[in-house]
Design a protein around this ligand. Structure first.
Ligand SMILES: Cc1cc2nc3c(=O)[nH]c(=O)nc-3n(C[C@H](O)[C@H](O)[C@H](O)COP(=O)(O)O)c2cc1C
Length: 192
């Protein structure tokens, strides 16, 4: 797929089929991620590939986070909320958690570590699209919760930056909405 076609054609697609995704395709998605630009080549990304029952790892984290926010963690209502949260991890046959583990090295600027991993996510989303699959990048407060770090063995200053829900599309791609680039652009061609 031509690069401009991939950029324009990629859309967030939340509804996907439960058909498993071939390992070879998953590896191509991960490979696309690691070729993101990365200042000082720190390679600050970490990937968690969840399929089948493995998605229960994320489900467990969602459930623990949902309960944590409740006054009475053992009430029927809290347990029902935790169960509803757990089920969210199973919305796609493949979920890839993408985390940043910023390097603590002289000259490494933390925001750039995040930048590299966000770029990796975009590469992965474009690869998903080029493979005729669909994805949505999900986050929300649970993504950045300390219990999410705990579930995936991340350090305190690491962050889960995206949960990519991937599968075969089960809905039409929504129409894209963007203001024209010209409305966000200043052309600077000389200095007064
Ligand atoms: C950092 C980040 C977090 C996002 N989190 C969510 C999310 O939690 N749930 C969701 O449905 N979409 C999420 N999205 C996807 C956006 O909603 C989506 O990109 C936007 O609606 C534009 O649609 P498009 O991706 O089809 O162009 C996220 C996107 C980014 C960049």
């Amino acid at each position: 797929m031509e690069v401009f076609e991939a950029i324009h054609g990629r859309r967030s697609i939340g509804k996907v089929k439960q058909e498993p995704i071939a390992r070879e395709k998953i590896e191509r998605i991960l490979e696309a991620g690691i070729w993101a630009p990365n200042h000082r080549l720190t390679e600050p990304w970490q990937f968690f590939v969840m399929t089948g029952e493995g998605r229960g790892k994320l489900g467990g984290a969602y459930a623990a986070i949902a309960r944590e926010g409740e006054q009475d963690k053992d009430s029927e209502e809290s347990l029902a909320k935790a169960e509803a949260a757990r089920k969210k991890a199973f919305r796609a046959p493949l979920v890839i958690g993408v985390a940043v583990a910023p390097r603590e090295r002289t000259g490494v600027i933390e925001i750039e570590e995040y930048g590299a991993v966000f770029a990796a996510v975009q590469n992965m989303l474009l690869a998903v699209h080029a493979l005729d699959l669909a994805a949505v990048w999900r986050t929300g407060e649970p993504c950045y919760h300390p219990l999410m770090n705990k579930a995936f063995g991340l350090r305190e200053h690491d962050r889960m930056l995206g949960l990519l829900y991937i599968g075969e599309p089960d809905m039409a791609a929504p129409s894209p909405r963007r203001q024209p680039a010209s409305s966000k652009t200043a052309w600077i061609e000389s200095v007064e």
